[in-house]
Design a protein around this ligand. Structure first.
Ligand code: NMX
Ligand code: MLT
Length: 392
């Protein structure tokens, strides 16, 4: 595909565009990122693979300010986030403590946790609320992991000045070499997952809700519910479960398995995309990271073989627009290799990252039209019994 084919196109809506999940229909502008079908996501113009080793706090700055920070700005934002993380509201913790360990999905807990924080400390200023929520995420995540796992509130006190990821790992009670590997994988994971254009389901849902002037927390909770579906964020959980069911890195056996899943009308998780038409650069970054962190891990070896085999099988079906690996193909294997052994928590990491991109996009939409904000979302649906002028 040439670069000119990748330019956004404006077009007339035809009958064939209806009931396609708004696929490809331009609805607005996005200042944080764009997705090239062949080269993947770019944050404020930077290809995401160029940013993968940077600190998550610096990428918060990039998505909020639309430029990378200098050293002073980087330190200032890290300090601001740490200061905003002080004293988790007791009311929010009590709501989480009242939930039964092991109940529901971890994403339900994340959605409730964000809503509970909103009950405790919404200011109504979307920028302040966004930064407060971003600052609270490490402790909220660790609290969910521990309470849902029946281990009570984190035992170590929160130390937000360590950095967001470092504090989360500390709150889980992990130290030493194990902590170092977790931190390495999670920092990259967060940077890669923060944003993916304006139209992905969770971001779009969050912005829709925010357009009615709901609070940042209520909008974000809705976004997390959108992310929880297996075709969207929960594909990272499903993909590792899928890899574990395969159980071998023998290409012939993997091919047989993929074919049998397709025959049973089940998705091949970690492959395909609504916008991308080539392998996702975020998949490549994570597979390269696996080479460094866990080259001999069984799941990782299966993912590498699957990455070669699945596209060949999927491309036999002309209906499938993109047979290549997406962001979810390897993340579960990496998380598992560094000690996160329960796949049902993986989507909460995706959610943690997206809180940052979605917040930045909600702020941009509230500032649009000289501060009047984007109007309340209200697309048109055509009633099936309505006399209409056909579109094509
Ligand atoms: N496995 C099986 N069938 C597929 C796959 C796949 N990986 N990808 C596409 N298809 C099917 C799709 O279900 C659709 O079938 P139907 O016409 O019966 O509805 C047909 O192929 C055409 O789909 P596309 O236009 O290629 O893709 P679409 O934009 O509708 O869907 C996904 C995109 C991502 C939902 C789809 O590729 C999929 O279900 N992938 C597996 C789940 C996954 O890994 N999701 C993660 C996406 C990234 N993220 O994190 O959000
Ligand atoms: C992604 O990160 O790939 C997504 O949020 C899915 C999308 O962009 O539609």
């Amino acid at each position: 595909m040439s670069d000119s084919e990748e330019q956004p196109t404006l077009f007339e809506i035809k009958d064939s565009n209806l009931d396609t999940g708004l696929r490809g229909i331009p609805v607005g502008t996005c200042r944080t990122s764009f997705v090239s079908p062949t080269k993947g996501v770019h944050y404020v113009g930077y290809p995401v693979s160029d940013l993968a080793d940077m600190s998550p706090e610096d990428i918060v700055f990039l998505l909020f300010e639309k430029r990378l920070p200098n050293r002073q700005e980087s330190q200032d934002l890290a300090k601001e986030i740490a200061a905003r993380a002080e004293e988790m509201p007791a009311g929010a913790l009590r709501i989480l403590e009242s939930m039964t360990p092991g109940s529901g999905h971890a994403m339900d807990w994340l959605s409730v946790g964000i809503q509970a924080l909103g009950i405790a400390e919404t200011t109504g200023d979307v920028r302040a609320d966004s930064l407060n929520l971003i600052a609270r995420m490490p402790e909220l995540m660790a609290t969910i992991f521990r309470l849902r796992g029946g281990r009570g509130l984190p035992k170590s006190g929160s130390e937000p000045q360590r950095g967001m990821v470092e504090n989360f790992v500390h709150l889980l009670g992990v130290e030493g070499d194990e902590a170092e590997k977790m931190i390495r994988v999670l920092r990259t994971f967060l940077v890669l997952h923060m944003d993916h254009g304006g139209g992905n389901l969770s971001t779009f849902s969050g912005k829709c809700v925010a357009s009615g002037r709901a609070t940042l927390y209520a909008s974000m909770s809705s976004a997390m519910n959108a992310l929880s579906g297996p075709l969207h964020g929960r594909a990272n959980q499903s993909c590792l479960e899928f890899v574990q069911r395969i159980g071998t890195d023998d290409p012939a056996k993997i091919e047989e398995f993929v074919r049998s899943e397709l025959a049973a009308k089940r998705p091949i998780y970690g492959f395909g995309h609504a916008v991308l038409r080539a392998e996702d650069p975020r998949a490549a970054v994570q597979i390269d990271l696996g080479e460094e962190i866990c080259p001999d891990d069984e799941n990782y070896k299966i993912v590498k073989a699957l990455r070669e085999v699945a596209p060949k099988v999927l491309s036999e079906n002309p209906k499938i627009s993109n047979p290549h690996a997406n962001v979810d193909v390897a993340s579960g294997a990496l998380l598992h290799a560094v000690g996160f052994h329960k796949p049902e928590y993986y989507t909460t990491f995706f959610g943690w990252a997206r809180v940052i991109g979605i917040s930045a996009q909600i702020i941009d939409e509230r500032n649009a039209r000289s501060g009047r904000g984007v109007p309340i979302y209200r697309p048109k649906y055509i009633g099936v019994n309505q006399p209409i002028q056909r579109l094509e």
